[in-house]
Design a protein around this ligand. Structure first.
Ligand code: ZN
Length: 703
């Protein structure tokens, strides 16, 4: 008999036939009529838990913006903390020294630890999964770690949680059958290893049902896991890509297959309506970051819908968020005050909203439990499911007009900037310019540079192409564009394998590494940096993909002094600060040097700028200049080609600036660069007027 059966082995796997109580001593109190909703009690090393229960997420051993005291006051009873994050920082040694998380963070209630599987899942390009576990590189210090079923349990023992989770392979819920089946089988083998690794620990251990959105896989997974001596079972792999209806369907399908005498935990779910719907389908436990995440964004849940506290309609309001709420925030503070805090980006606003949102969740959970115990859940459910999907009915939304605010994190001339849409960018303090101000940095990098240049298809080997593709990344900044290219390479590599791919050389130019250093220190704000490569670039100026097919190097210093010595590019992602902040990088002389250096190739330069001055500089430098795609509120960007054929063969058939543009330029107030003397003007004018792009009808017609 395998050594892990220190708990009695269950040989029969018939539904509801589990004969022995788990160490949690799970006791079902009531099942509701006409619904699968249920109320129960179980015991942990740190006290009793009544279900249904909601667990706030304390990612870094803290629920963001809250103290242990404020959390308890809202009704929080069980905390979830993330093994992955605590493994990387502070690390197991610190937790062992403190005898576990409870003393370390001053929390005396039950704690559930996840296994780290989900965080690994969200690092798709910087980890490798095999039978042993997942090898990944730390975003904290760039070191490599192996997260295996055994090392995960070992870490969860060091954390000293009351409930541990077995490591699972989480995949997208929309994954195809074969992939979902392989991940499920691996999860099952890891489940058995996790049980062995638990040994005689008094901490409870839950298994995780996988199988994506495939009914028979979900059933098979539940049947396999309920035959093992777990103390509870979780439904994993939902809330990662499927629709709401699918989520509800599969939740119900899995709970049908789970034993009655074990707690059931739906991981990472959810919104208030998700919780209500899932309780109705027989789930007992939930966790989600939403209450504190929305608090950070200035959103309050109320009995009459969600309030956006940023909106100026609250500026003079003496009302509490919700007259029906008895939380500390509603008792003591007005909407006007919290509106002011949110607008001023004060942490107290986040804290007060967090208290209220958490209290809203716990009130909902208490009402749900009460209605189950009174066998009144079904009518409560019918009423509440309508109430929970309301929006702010007193103040219907108008298109938002929001100011931008900045956070305090700062390095050198740079600081982290929070856009109104709640993503982060880097801002240069002296110029006030924000890198990627309107769209999240990785979105803009993808659209404007990676997708528009068709990088993925250019990486594929074709007969008449050079074996190496060279990209210049001018203005590394916080590496959004470079990482978009790296991820594109990794996706293509995963799909096509090494044989079908060209070699990619990515050359980044940057004179000031403060923006990237600042961003890597705040990886929570910049998901595109959750990868080992940018750390290596900062340390050594070089990074290489394991296949050797991608080499990324940094040329530190002034771009202009490196132009002629760098490998001739095929693609240029031209993204330095604007011509106001850095005029030398946008003048005709610099562009002419780039053009001349690139002439042996048919090269393409992509840039966010669509200004007449920049386009004129590109034209006088010799480039053929076309309109690029719009990104968000920018209706227009620019692509410049060294050869006219480049534009004609481009899959998007971009429109070369034609005679209309020329006519507008002739009338333009900024027709000449300010640096141009009066004597130079006629020559300059002639350069533009006689550019081949405007001479031949065939060029004008490429539009
Ligand atoms: Zn409140």
């Amino acid at each position: 008999m395998p050594e892990y059966f220190s708990y009695p082995q269950i040989s029969t796997v018939r539904k509801n036939s589990r004969p022995l109580k788990s160490p949690l001593n799970f006791t079902l109190e009531r099942e509701s009529s006409g619904s699968k909703a249920r109320a129960a009690i179980f015991q942990t090393l740190h006290g009793e838990v009544k279900t249904p229960i909601f667990m706030p997420v304390g990612t870094q051993a803290t629920v963001k913006g809250q103290t242990v005291e404020s959390l308890k006051a809202t009704g929080a009873r069980v905390l979830l903390v993330n093994t992955y994050h605590l493994l990387l920082r502070p690390g197991p040694e610190v937790l062992k020294k403190f005898g576990g998380i409870h003393r370390f963070m001053n929390w005396d209630g039950p704690v559930l630890t996840d296994s780290g599987g989900f965080q690994i899942f969200s690092l798709p390009h910087s980890r490798e999964i095999n039978e042993d576990g997942a090898r990944f590189q730390s975003y904290v210090d760039g070191k490599f770690y192996l997260l295996s079923p055994e090392s995960s349990i070992e870490m969860q023992k060091a954390i000293g949680s009351d409930i541990m989770m077995a490591l699972d392979q989480c995949i997208l819920s929309t994954a195809p059958y074969a992939q979902a089946e392989a991940a499920m089988d691996l999860t099952h083998r890891w489940a058995e290893r996790s049980l062995r690794a638990r040994g005689d620990s008094p901490q409870a251990l839950f298994g995780i049902v996988q199988g994506a959105c495939h009914q028979d896989l979900r059933k098979k997974s539940a049947a396999f896991l309920r035959a093992l001596p777990f103390d509870g079972l979780a439904i994993g792999g939902l809330a990662v890509g499927e629709t709401h209806l699918q989520r509800y369907e599969f939740t119900g399908l899995v709970t049908e297959q789970l034993p009655q005498n074990l707690p059931r935990y739906l991981m990472g779910v959810g919104t208030p309506i998700d919780i209500l719907e899932s309780v109705h389908r027989g789930v007992d436990m939930f966790d989600c970051i939403i209450p504190s995440q929305l608090a950070q964004r200035g959103v309050a849940f109320t009995s009459h819908g969600k309030l956006q506290l940023r909106r100026s309609v609250h500026k003079f309001s003496e009302e509490p968020f919700d007259a029906q709420c008895d939380c500390q925030t509603c008792k003591q503070y007005s909407r006007a005050y919290v509106h002011h805090l949110v607008k001023s980006d004060e942490i107290l606003g986040w804290h007060l909203l967090g208290i209220h949102n958490m209290a809203f969740y716990y009130r909902l959970i208490r009402e749900i439990r009460k209605s189950i115990l009174q066998d009144d859940f079904l009518s409560y459910y019918e009423k509440k499911r309508i109430e929970l999907v309301r929006s702010d009915e007193e103040n219907p939304a108008r298109p938002p007009k929001e100011a931008k605010t900045s956070r305090s994190a700062r390095l050198g001339d740079y600081e982290i900037h929070t856009a109104a849409r709640s993503f982060y960018s880097i801002r240069q303090v002296s110029s006030g310019e924000v890198m990627h101000s309107v769209n999240p940095p990785s979105d803009e990098a993808n659209k404007l540079y990676v997708e528009q240049s068709f990088l993925a298809s250019r990486l594929l080997k074709r007969e008449i192409q050079a074996d190496e593709l060279v990209i210049w990344d001018v203005g590394l900044g916080a590496a959004a564009n470079a990482m978009a290219a790296v991820r594109c390479f990794e996706r293509t590599y995963a799909e096509k394998g090494a044989n079908g791919l060209r070699h990619l050389r990515l050359v980044s130019f940057e004179w000031d590494l403060d923006p990237l250093t600042l961003a890597t220190k705040n990886p929570g704000c910049f998901p595109h940096l959750r990868h080992g490569a940018p750390f290596r670039i900062l340390e050594t100026g070089k990074w290489q993909h394991t296949s050797n097919l991608l080499q990324w190097e940094l040329l530190k210093g002034d771009f202009r002094s490196a132009i002629e010595s760098a490998n001739i590019p095929d693609l240029i992602f031209y993204d330095p600060f604007s011509s106001k902040a850095d005029p030398a990088l946008w003048n005709a002389e610099t562009f002419a040097r780039i053009f001349k250096h690139c002439l042996p190739k048919s090269a393409e330069l992509y840039t966010y700028s669509a200004s007449t001055a920049v386009r004129v500089s590109l034209l006088t430098a010799g480039f053929f200049v076309a309109e690029g795609i719009g990104t968000g509120p920018k209706s227009d960007t620019t692509i410049a080609f060294t050869r006219a054929t480049g534009a004609r063969n481009h899959p998007l058939s971009p429109r070369l600036l034609g005679r209309e543009w020329l006519a507008r330029w002739r009338r333009s107030g900024s027709k000449f660069p300010t640096t141009l003397s009066n004597e130079e003007r006629p020559h300059f004018e002639e350069l533009i007027e006689t550019h081949r792009q405007f001479l031949s009808d065939s060029f004008a017609k490429s539009s």
